[in-house]
Design a protein. Structure first.
Length: 757
């Protein structure tokens, strides 16, 4: 279609009638909208909240709204501010708007919050102490700078890790808090009670360096607008219309920034979905979207509920699931088709014995779909935690099914896994210089680059491996005393671990190495958002070593896996976390690990309580609504975590599915079998049948089992569990028991796995 728009802002003939020719037909990009989408485009004045459910065409609405405002000459492009959350989304939006309005799209103020903040600060930064050529520091630079501040003040960064304090400072910035607004109560005893003063000094050092971190890009803008009314007025006058994508993901600083900018024209349009707010761990405040009607005068709320992605069955299940949340504005997804639309396949709920069986089943389903000409790229496995990926990756390697990991490296490519493997390589081959160099200062032992370089020089001149060269240098005065001590301890430890190879299983040895080296403790003390996931990956790594008799055999396997990983394939199954999957869609989605304490995740519930449970449920909703045609959800009765088998209960989210949308299945081969270390069997616990109705946790089979078990176990009763030993029942809920075990601590188990003591 030809461009009706020109750079001189002449009105597009497709939108504005020409007196000479009479009314012109509306452009197809406007007439093709459904009534709710069209309302979201045409209601341009005043505050508007577009509640856009999954798959309801929010991007189309945003782009069309931009074109509509320009086409109706309500504003020039440079008078429109459009905010996205990723550079990729910004690029896509600009390209698509340009397809409708032509080159004028270039003058839009369109970008991420941070990019727009930079643009403002480059012009006005001197008012907040920054020159126009200020530098934006990355995380590594921020860490080193804050460490310098802490050392100058005599703060022990071993007792008070730099990452912990930096994380607190970033959280304060996300909330729009400068150091003078952080109270002592907020800071607590962090950094020996000196966190606020260290925050102040850190900011002063940034100013001295003419630098800013990412949190400053919004925080400085807030200071600029609050302290310099003339600057705020300039931007309030400029922006007649403000559009915000993914409003549910905004933090407090972003919310305050938007409120200040829209105070003159009040034409703020926010598009978002409170049911897809899943990023509280990185500062997102779902309350921003929930309070919209209270925060802005006479707002218009428009709900987009016609889903163009998923089958009616998937939509019904997702809507029923999310309805269990109380903190939501409320909407119900429905298919965009007519009343004769086929409901689609039921959601398959699969009960399996353990994690490896779950991986086998999922890959078998994928291979079956592929044999029917379904593309691998149309299928995805969405996991709650990164450590779950290993069993699927191993299965894909075994079967030769191509796969790709989105949102992060493959399991064996992850930093913490590479580090753990490097320790094993050092134990297996003392001459492996690359492995030794990788672990020599991980965790930090005070062995700097200069010392490592001295070892390199000596090794090269003497024709020795780095480890042997380091050993000999420990006997001389070439290195500082502390460095010699640290190197000596590491070399001694490696030799001791090497001596255990023949008598200790690889999994046990790896666990001992990670603990005694301090590597596990390093991540336990790290408070970055990535640290818990890295710890889970290490636990899964150790558990995976149980399959191997020797370290050399495992290292050979990893080498082959890495070689296969490098063979790219365009048609490949996608594996990713649920958090990374937001905004994507696939024909078929597999949702493994739907078990209590994994999903909803125990750590999230421990830290966030009821609010965290609702966010976990929103994450489940996101997973379901990624699917166009088919959903397979699964849970395992047993899962091996950190080299230990743990009994698992199905996720409460499974029970929240409407029964007419699901089909429960299980392997008939599980009948009568017993779990490793458990009394009873799957049959006694789940009433497994050969039919498609087992294990039916919400149907007749489950109810019958509950009647048989009712009253058998009571609070205070002493029981025996073959794996966990003796314990006392603390709480009873149907067939689920809370038990305080004498040695294993507090556990939740099914009553079929215990017996009276």
């Amino acid at each position: 279609m030809s461009d009706p728009f020109t750079l001189d802002d002449a009105p597009p003939p497709a939108v504005i009638p020409s007196p000479a020719s009479g009314p012109a037909p509306e452009p197809p990009w406007l007439t093709s909208l459904n009534p709710e989408q069209r309302q979201a485009v045409e209601v341009t004045e005043g505050p508007v909240l577009v509640l856009s459910g999954a798959g309801t065409g929010k991007t189309r609405v945003l782009i069309t709204r931009l074109a509509y405002i320009i086409g109706r000459r309500l504003a020039q492009p440079r008078q429109i501010l459009a905010v996205t959350f990723t550079n990729r989304a910004a690029r896509e939006m600009r390209e698509r708007v340009a397809g409708l309005v032509g080159p004028m799209a270039e003058s839009l103020w369109l970008g991420t919050f941070h990019a727009l903040g930079v643009k403002i600060l480059r012009k006005h930064g001197e008012l907040v102490g920054l020159k126009s050529n200020f530098t934006i520091l990355d995380t590594d630079d921020q860490t080193r700078l804050l460490k310098q501040v802490m050392e100058a003040e005599g703060i022990d960064h071993k007792k008070w890790p730099v990452q912990v304090l930096l994380g607190a400072i970033q959280r304060w910035k996300d909330k729009g808090l400068t150091h003078d607004r952080v109270t002592s109560a907020m800071a607590g005893d962090l950094a020996a009670g000196r966190a606020v003063d260290l925050y102040r000094q850190y900011q002063e050092r940034l100013t001295t360096l003419n630098a800013a971190d990412f949190g400053d890009l919004l925080l400085h803008c807030l200071t600029l607008f609050q302290d310099h009314a003339e600057v705020l007025a300039e931007y309030q006058d400029r922006f007649k219309y403000i559009l915000v994508d993914e409003y549910q993901d905004t933090n407090v600083a972003q919310y305050l920034w938007l409120r200040l900018l829209c105070q003159k024209h009040h034409n703020l349009c926010c598009v978002g979905d409170d049911d897809q707010s899943i990023y509280s761990w990185r500062g997102a405040e779902v309350g921003n979207i929930l309070r919209f009607e209270k925060d802005f005068k006479d707002p218009k709320i428009i709900r987009l509920e016609r889903n163009y992605r998923s089958t009616p069955t998937i939509l019904a299940a997702a809507s029923h699931l999310i309805s269990h949340n109380t903190d939501r504005l409320g909407k119900t997804l429905k298919t965009a088709g007519d009343a004769n639309t086929e409901p689609g396949d039921p959601i398959i709920i699969r009960g399996v014995w353990d994690g490896p069986e779950e991986a086998r089943w999922v890959v078998e389903e994928i291979e079956a779909a592929q044999s029917k000409d379904q593309k691998l790229a149309s299928m995805a496995i969405l996991v709650r935690a990164g450590f779950q990926m290993l069993e699927f990756e191993e299965r894909f390697i075994t079967t030769g099914v191509p796969y790709r990991v989105i949102g992060g490296p493959r399991f064996y490519e992850r930093m913490e896994i590479r580090d753990a493997i490097a320790y094993l390589r050092c134990i297996h081959a003392p001459t492996d210089d690359l492995a030794f160099e990788r672990v020599v200062n991980k965790p930090k032992r005070g062995i700097g680059e200069a010392s490592v370089q001295k070892v390199h020089v000596f090794a090269h001149s003497a024709g020795l491996s780095l480890m042997e060269a380091a050993f000999q240098l420990c006997e001389t005065d070439e290195l500082r005393a502390q460095t010699r001590k640290s190197l000596g301890t590491l070399i001694t430890d490696l030799a001791r671990w090497r001596s255990l190879r023949e008598t200790m299983p690889p999994a046990d040895l790896a666990a001992q190495v990670l603990d005694e080296s301090g590597y596990t403790d390093m991540w336990q003390r790290d408070t970055s958002p990535e640290a818990p996931g890295r710890l889970e990956n290490l636990k899964e790594f150790v558990g995976g070593l149980e399959e191997w008799d020797t370290i050399p055999a495992f290292l050979d396997h990893v080498s082959l896996v890495m070689e296969n990983d490098n063979q790219a394939n365009d048609d490949a199954v996608t594996i990713m976390t649920l958090h990374a999957a937001k905004g994507l869609e696939f024909d078929t989605v597999f949702l493994p690990g739907w078990e209590e304490e994994l999903f909803p995740h125990r750590r999230a519930l421990d830290e966030g309580g009821g609010a965290a449970l609702e966010e976990e449920r929103r994450l489940a909703y996101v997973g379901l609504t990624r699917a166009r045609k088919k959903v397979f959800a699964s849970f395992a009765a047993n899962r091996r975590i950190y080299n230990q088998w743990q009994a698992s209960l199905p996720s409460r989210f499974i029970v929240e599915f409407p029964e007419d949308c699901v089909e429960h299945i299980s392997d008939s081969g599980l009948m009568g079998s017993a779990a490793p270390g458990f009394s009873g069997g799957w049959n006694s616990g789940w009433q497994t049948q050969k039919t498609s109705r087992a294990p039916d946790i919400a149907g007749d089979t489950w109810q019958a089992h509950k009647r048989e078990s009712a009253g058998t176990y009571q609070v205070g009763m002493r029981i025996f569990h073959q794996k966990f030993g003796y314990g006392v029942i603390r709480a009873v809920e149907d067939t689920r028991l809370d038990i305080a075990f004498e040695k294993a601590g507090q556990k939740k188990v099914l009553d079929s796995f215990v017996e009276p003591a």
